[in-house]
Design a protein around this ligand. Structure first.
Ligand SMILES: Cc1cc2nc3c(=O)[nH]c(=O)nc-3n(C[C@H](O)[C@H](O)[C@H](O)COP(=O)(O)O)c2cc1C
Length: 352
């Protein structure tokens, strides 16, 4: 089916639904002889797993245990398609029975039915955040390739529920459940999100993704510019409603003299460009931010319609996050990894 694949040289195809038996990903184009152990993938999945994010998180408990079905032999990639499988173990489909004929506001229920004439209403089907487990698994494999080029990709929460970080101490990211580089701000975010959840509501925030060690020269003008690819990669994640690179929207209110990054013999003196000029990496850190909307399933009564078009009142049940943050953070990181792995291989194809 079109639209389920991403990348050209390092190409992934994800498959599966929230309440089907399993989901997974096929990675085609991964070079041979990369060291790959299932634990490399598992540790990334463990960071995205449902139920890991404290008061912000869903109570669905999925082990998210990944199996490698193909493409790896004696601990090394073989160059053939790598197929990864994750079983759905804790899907409680009955809690979605009452949603079979009703459209949830903020979800893809209405649009999926209009598009296909049929939809799997259980847990959001293909539009569910479960699909992002496959992306995280693929991103872990991409990182093995990036390791060979000493490229590191970090993602973290810079805002949640209207609380913004005051410090960017990357050492603190793994010291709190929100992947926040400011422990003090993380405490306030936890309190705020717990309050919002107890009111039956949800909240959004901002995730920042930084790639360090990216060599100059990645990105394919004109339509596959590196910033365009990153924007698409992040925008393809559910609940992402905006993407900016470097100074982003702030650039619109800067003067040219403020926004340009001066160049010295030692390199660039600032990084408003977010590491990309004319769609090609310039060797500086690549910096992207994604705006995450409040998750749509809320326990407050909302107006909607049923499939016959008649008005309905709806209170969404089931187990839901109060925010897609923090679970979306490893997903943003994975998408950046996939873009960079793909463009490394594309650059390798033309390099002299
Ligand atoms: C990691 C992650 C977790 C999410 N968790 C939930 C959730 O528990 N409940 C929910 O209603 N939406 C959740 N969402 C958001 C919906 O999947 C998304 O808003 C919906 O499919 C509509 O897509 P759109 O927001 O891109 O328009 C989550 C998204 C992500 C990426």
């Amino acid at each position: 089916m079109p639209g389920n694949s991403f990348g050209q040289f390092f190409k992934i195809t994800t498959w599966g639904e929230s309440h089907g038996p399993a989901l997974g990903v096929v990675i085609d184009g991964c070079p041979p002889l990369l060291p790959l152990d299932v634990s490399d993938i598992q540790q990334e999945l463990d960071r995205r797993r449902p139920g890991k994010g404290g008061p912000a998180s869903t109570t669905r408990k999925e082990p998210d245990k990944v199996e490698i079905l193909s493409g790896v032999f004696e601990g090394k990639t073989t160059g053939t398609p790598i197929s990864l499988l994750i079983w759905n173990k804790d899907a409680k489909s009955s809690s979605y029975d009452k949603l079979k004929n009703i459209f949830r506001p903020g979800h893809g229920d209405f649009t999926y039915l209009k598009k296909y004439g049929i939809r799997d209403h259980r847990g959001g089907g293909r539009a569910s955040a479960r699909e992002t487990a496959a992306r995280v698994a693929a991103g872990a494999v991409a990182q093995i390739l990036l390791n060979q080029h000493n490229i590191e990709v970090i993602a973290y929460t810079v805002a949640l529920a209207n609380i913004t970080i005051e410090n960017r101490n990357l050492n603190e990211i793994y010291e709190n459940r929100l992947f926040c580089p400011d422990n003090e701000a993380a405490k306030k975010m936890e309190q705020e999100i717990a309050k919002i959840r107890s009111q039956g509501d949800s909240a959004g925030g901002v995730v920042e993704v930084v790639a360090k060690g990216v060599p100059p020269g990645l990105g394919e003008p004109v339509f596959d510019k590196l910033d365009a690819e990153i924007a698409k990669a992040l925008m393809s994640i559910g609940a992402v409603k905006g993407v900016e690179i470097g100074a982003g929207f702030k650039a619109a209110s800067m003067l040219g003299s403020q926004n340009n990054d001066p160049i010295s013999p030692k390199g660039f003196l600032s990084n408003n460009a977010g590491g990309i000029l004319a769609g090609i990496s310039n060797g500086e850190d690549i910096i992207a931010r994604a705006a995450i909307k409040p998750i749509p399933s809320i326990a407050k009564e909302q107006d909607t319609i049923n499939i016959s078009g008649a008005p309905e009142k709806l209170v969404v049940g089931g187990r839901h996050d109060a925010s897609a943050i923090p679970r979306i953070v490893p997903v943003c990181q994975a998408m950046m990894r996939l873009v960079l792995a793909d463009h490394l291989l594309r650059q390798r194809a033309i390099a002299q």
